[in-house]
Structure formats: structure tokens, C-alpha cells
Design a protein around this ligand. Structure first.
Ligand code: SF4
Length: 151
């Protein structure tokens, strides 16, 4: 497992955490599964997930959204950067902006906002030198205005 995880970085740590998670799931549910979380409330599932080794609020939100289909919005660096540039109210870091950004995006748009912000952040809305001239959402964005860009 460690060998597989090494290319993503922190292979040894992640492998150890995954083994601990497997043990914790087996202890709680009798087998290695997340299926029982679908019967929990969102708050209960989030609380259980963040009790697992190495699982922080963002990872828990990702599991809630991708696996359990809850209408939450995990805020990573791309979501945070795009939200800030669009003019949503944010704080300095993704983790401290989680609640602000999530509550500003309607539940039915959160999944789409998350996946599209990541794709956009990797291709056009780059951290340095965003490609605003090619951006399809240019006219809704505050960033070029604030920077005085002409496109
Ligand atoms: S206009 Fe520029 S800063 Fe705004 S979303 Fe598009 S690429 Fe990002």
C-alpha cells in the first residue's frame, strides 16, 4: 500500500492511516464499509468521519458529497481561489472559509461548483497568472476588475 501511495506524497503516513481506518471501520461496523453512514444524519456521518485517523473536515466533506450524495461543498484551494476571485466573501485560507463559501452556494449547485472550480483552477484560473482572457465566466468575475485587467 505504501508503495502505491508514495507518488502522491506521504506514502508511509497515508498507508498507516488507511490501515487504522480499516481497523476502525471493522471495529464499528463488523466489516470494512461506509454503507451504514447512509443511514446517519449528515452531522452524525461527518462527526464519525472526522473521528477516523487522518480524516479532516475537507476529506469528510468529500466523502459526504461524492459517496453519500449530501449537498455539501468541500472547499479546497481551487474552490477557495475561485470563490474569492468571483467576489464571494471568504477568509484567508480554504479551511477557515469552508462555512462562508458553502453557505453562499445553493445546495443544488454545490457538487457542480466543486468539480468545476477544480477543473477551472487547474486549467484557466491558475494561482499565478490566471488566463482571464480565455475565461468563460470573465464577465461575472471581480478579479479582472480589481486588477484593472483589460480583456
Ligand atoms: S476571469 Fe480570471 S480570475 Fe476570474 S474566474 Fe476567470 S480565470 Fe479566474
Amino acid at each position: 500500500m505504501e508503495r502505491i501511495l508514495v507518488p502522491g506524497g506521504l506514502g508511509r503516513l497515508k498507508a498507516r492511516q488507511l490501515v487504522s481506518i480499516v481497523s476502525a471501520l471493522r471495529k464499528r461496523f463488523g466489516t470494512v464499509t461506509l454503507a451504514p453512514l447512509s443511514k446517519m444524519t449528515q452531522t452524525e456521518a461527518e462527526s464519525f468521519l472526522t473521528s477516523l485517523p487522518g480524516v479532516g473536515p475537507k476529506i469528510a466533506k468529500c466523502v459526504l458529497m461524492y459517496t453519500l450524495k449530501h449537498k455539501v461543498l468541500p472547499v479546497d484551494i481551487h474552490v477557495h481561489r475561485l470563490a474569492t476571485r468571483l467576489g464571494l466573501q471568504t477568509k484567508k485560507r480554504p479551511d477557515t472559509s469552508q462555512e462562508l463559501i458553502e453557505s453562499a452556494v445553493p445546495p443544488e449547485l454545490r457538487y457542480s461548483f466543486h468539480v468545476n472550480a477544480i477543473a477551472h483552477g487547474r486549467t484557466l484560473c491558475l494561482s499565478r497568472r490566471p488566463k482571464c482572457g480565455r475565461c468563460p465566466i470573465f464577465k461575472w468575475c471581480q478579479y479582472p476588475l480589481n486588477r484593472g485587467s483589460k480583456h
